[in-house]
Design a protein around this ligand. Sequence first.
Ligand SMILES: [Zn+2]
Length: 384
Amino acid sequence: MELDLSWILIGLPLAFALGWIASRLDLRQLRLAHRQAPRAYFRGLNHLLNEQQDQAIDAFIEAVQNDPDTSELHFALGNLFRRRGEYDRAVRVHEHLLARADLSTADRQRAQHGLALDFLKAGLLDRAEDALRKLEGSPYEGQARLARLAIYERSREWPEAAQVAEQLERSGEANFSIRQAHYRCEQAREAFAQGDTDQALALLQSTVRDIPQAPRARILLGQLLLTRQQAAESLAVLRPLFEQHDPTAPLAAASLAKAAQACGQETQTLALLQDFYQQQASLDVLEALVTLSSPAGIVSPEARQQFLQHLQKQPSLLAATRWLAAAPAQEAVPASVQKALDTATRPLARYRCAACGFEAKEHFWHCPGCQAWDSYPPRRVEEL
Ligand SMILES: [Zn+2]
């Protein structure tokens, strides 16, 4: 009996000790498995902080393999691939996330947004548009609509752009009325280019009526009416720009002068232009003044004098060159000198985008360089 009792007394603690050791071994293994993913994750993070993206991606891939259900790692990988320009891999990661049935609604929307950005960055605009449409009703709705608007503007799909701009305005994103006027003006230009001047006219007339604060439609309408030999109507449409001292009026100065000449309204228009010029000494308005003061199409000595008066106000190579070019035969500079001056002043007569610096012979309402709207001041480079 004594022997048995002593065995029990020794055996019990031993059994406990063995059990404890076994349980610690299991726990350690379990912890090791669980720690592998975070360790790889932190290694990836460390590489990222050291701007070692290749090593970071390797570490993240390893972490994802250890724990395929981790959505955060997938998002991190997807963003990394996109930033590196590896769009097909970024798309695969986001599509893999979207295919998972256990993903929460918030993560699903986030993955859909990531996928849309992948397509956008890759320049796959059709697929980007599809992906962006699926974000309607999500927290990314506003961003997605703005991105779709940029796609439609880029691909010149004006009715679609107008529709999205309307949705954005209704949701209180911003005021898009001037932009809506631009879309209609773009459609009018396309109609005119295709020979459908009636359609262009209807579009511009409705825009002037509905969005009177947008000067572009008024300017285009005045120019269109002039090409249709409706000079009096053109004059009536363009005059308010100068009466109200609209900053964009100089863009319409040449058309206003032509319309005034065509319907014999030179004197009144001259007074209107002079009043505008006193407030804003624009080169385009100066040219229109000279045109109107030269009835036979030849610059008279009095009209020529206006270039000199402009030069007294502000130095301008363009005005000086125009003054020289309009000199009477006995005072004319040699043709070669005039040609050299004309060539040298040509860049000064361009318009320049204030957003990206893109210069062009004609004024753009929508910069072909940076896609910005209303970024071209209505003044020549020399006047900036
Ligand atoms: Zn630009």
